[in-house]
Design a protein around this ligand. Structure first.
Ligand code: SF4
Ligand code: MG
Length: 322
């Protein structure tokens, strides 16, 4: 099927203050990220906080502007477009955030929160907007009864449903969901993930899903990209990433997921040390300071992206060879 999103060699550096005298240094938050999401599919970016996955999401939605690289959405390249030319894209791409309460105005009624994009992007009358809001509330499992209440009157799961209704009201094609269930209890998490899956089928949505937690993305993903310090170190179909991971970092992330069945349990790999600073990333393979199987070449030479175990599986590691 067609690629709804294609990201090529995306890079983003932030200039940040460096001590006194107004000197600046460069923080490389995203360092050469490329991936494709076919229409109607879900691609998940997974990695520790600070690895650049949220920045990648914000670049694609053009909340911030890339330093380099291309972003193709629905056949249109938008990486360097000016705000005035981003109107069409702003309708096609919507975001869902971790803490919906922070992004929902507590003094606004649910009806106005969900209907606000219609005010910004359309000339619909109030009655027409209200009708669409009521329909959208039903779609996400709320009802007309909730429309005249305030966001703070709702539970975390209900607030995320309000956030989803607001994201869907413009009938977007691409949803970027940044840690959408991380603030929720496990039982509520699965309700929201199931809702997102149902909505994807019903509205033919394409998802970029961002999470620090591989177990959260397991059931929603078609493809997964594992990020470390601004780069994708391994990407492939969900089944390959879970059953046959090749990158030492992916193996370590997977080994920390609790698995009830003792026969399937993996040996726990504990990573030494903290995530290095993206201001001064390690030379060679950026993972070499924590990699349990690093060799001398890893310290000096950046590993190339190599083919993995299936045609759409890729690994950036010197040790991998197929
Ligand atoms: Fe570890 Fe070297 Fe592979 Fe990097 S390239 S993941 S340091 S083995
Ligand atoms: Mg984040």
């Amino acid at each position: 099927s067609n690629a709804l999103l294609k990201v090529t060699n995306l890079k983003k550096s932030f200039s940040i203050p460096n001590g006194m005298f107004g000197k600046k240094k460069s923080l490389k938050a995203v360092h050469d990220v490329s991936f494709i999401i076919p229409e109607g599919k879900t691609f998940s970016l997974v990695g520790e906080s600070g690895c650049g996955k949220s920045t990648t999401g914000r670049l694609i939605s053009r909340l911030i502007q890339p330093s380099e690289g291309e972003i193709w959405i629905d056949g249109e390249e938008i990486s360097q477009k000016k705000e005035a030319h981003l109107k069409a894209i702003r309708k096609k791409v919507q975001m869902i955030f971790q803490d919906p309460y922070a992004s929902l105005n507590p003094r606004m009624k649910v009806r106005d929160i969900v209907g606000e994009p219609l005010v910004i992007h359309t000339n619909l009358t109030k009655a027409e907007r209200n009708k669409q809001v009521s329909e959208m509330l039903e779609v996400v499992g709320l009802s007309e009864y909730h429309a005249d209440r305030y966001a703070h009157e709702f539970s975390g799961g209900q607030r995320q449903r309000i956030g989803i209704a607001r994201a869907l009201i413009m009938k977007p094609k691409l949803i970027i969901a940044d840690e959408p269930v991380s603030a929720l209890d496990v039982s509520i998490q699965s309700q929201i993930l199931n809702l997102l899956k149902d909505l994807q089928r019903e509205f033919h949505l394409t998802y970029l899903f961002i999470s620090h937690d591989l177990s959260v993305v397991e059931h929603i993903s078609d493809h997964i990209g594992v990020m470390y310090l601004g780069t994708i170190v391994e990407t492939g179909p969900k089944e390959v990433i879970f059953s046959n991971p090749q990158h030492p970092y992916t193996k370590a992330l997977l080994s920390s997921i609790p698995i009830p069945d003792p026969r399937l349990r993996r040996e726990r790999i504990i990573l030494q040390g903290d995530l290095p600073s993206p201001v001064n990333p390690p030379t060679g393979c950026r993972f070499h300071t924590r990699c349990p199987v690093a060799t001398d070449i890893c310290k000096v030479t950046e590993p190339p992206v190599k083919p993995g175990v299936t045609p759409d599986h890729f690994v950036a590691c010197h040790l991998v060879d197929y």
